[in-house]
Design a protein around this ligand. Structure first.
Ligand code: ATP
Ligand code: MG
Length: 240
């Protein structure tokens, strides 16, 4: 059952994140709005994972403000995040999904059907009884996606969701993500796979050294990047 209020748009206003004396995010202002996916790209260490954690509400800004649907401090009931190295419960794959279903208060007699559906959706049909921690890296990434979707989020954050996947599995997961996006779930994902960014991004945010230095449509960004850093990054030259 959907609550009437929405977590969208998510708005960051002049957000800084500092760890000790190091600036990790610097004066980041942006809005994540309903609609097709937003993709974060940028070199290693540019702040993508940190930005996802801030927008999820897991990390409070050192300065600046974050709001969800205009409100501050909104509990992440309608948001889910899939990390690059997901941590699985020491239970079966199916039990990991059931745990998520329980957390949103899904009726217990719905669990088996929903679990099978979700396992099938991410290409893990038949693996429900396997211990989750014994699954391969790519399988765990898919299970993490299923577990996040079990919570029926309005916004789904994904940190390099296909990083551990082979090309065939990558395509399969991209198809799942397209299906999810078509159901009006807002996807916000980071990736190092520029092909994937081109295929999925409606909007691209390009990060460099803790700042979002370019935002635009995927088509415009890839054909005509505005900043020198983005041009060099797309040319494979920009390392940090
Ligand atoms: N808690 C922390 N304490 C100190 N430094 C941190 C902390 N968290 C992140 N950093 C640093 O902040 C920078 C940004 O990290 P982040 O993980 O957000 O980058 P990223 O863009 O996701 O990189 P990658 O592409 O490698 O995943 C990195 O230099 C990282 O070492
Ligand atoms: Mg990262």
């Amino acid at each position: 059952m959907r609550a009437a209020v929405s977590d969208l748009p998510i708005s960051l206003e002049h957000v800084d994140i500092r760890a000790n004396e190091t600036a990790i995010l610097r004066d980041v202002s942006l809005r994540l709005t309903p609609g097709p996916p937003t993709v974060l790209i940028g070199p290693n260490g540019s702040g993508k994972t940190t930005l996802l954690r801030v927008a999820m509400g897991m990390l409070a800004p050192s300065a600046g403000r974050v709001t969800w649907g205009g409100r501050e401090g909104v509990a992440p009931l309608r948001r889910a995040i899939v990390f690059q190295r997901p941590v699985m419960l020491r239970r079966s794959a199916a039990a990991n999904i059931e745990y998520a279903l329980a957390s949103i208060g899904a009726a217990r007699d719905e669990w088996p059907r929903r679990t099978l559906e979700l396992l099938a959706l991410v290409g893990l049909a038949g693996l429900g009884n396997r211990p989750a921690r014994k699954l391969s890296g790519g399988e765990q990434q898919r299970l993490a996606l299923a577990r996040a979707l079990a919570r029926e989020p309005e916004v789904l954050f994904l940190d390099e969701p296909t990083a551990a996947l082979d090309p065939f599995s990558t395509k399969a997961i991209e198809d799942v993500l397209r299906t999810v996006a078509a159901r009006n779930v807002k996807l916000v994902m980071s990736t190092h796979d520029l092909g994937e960014a081109r295929r999925l991004a409606n909007e691209v945010m390009f990060m460099h050294r803790g700042r979002v230095i370019e935002t635009g449509s995927g088509a415009a960004f890839f054909s005509n990047p505005k900043t020198d850093e983005a041009r060099r990054f797309l040319g494979g030259e920009l390392l940090v």
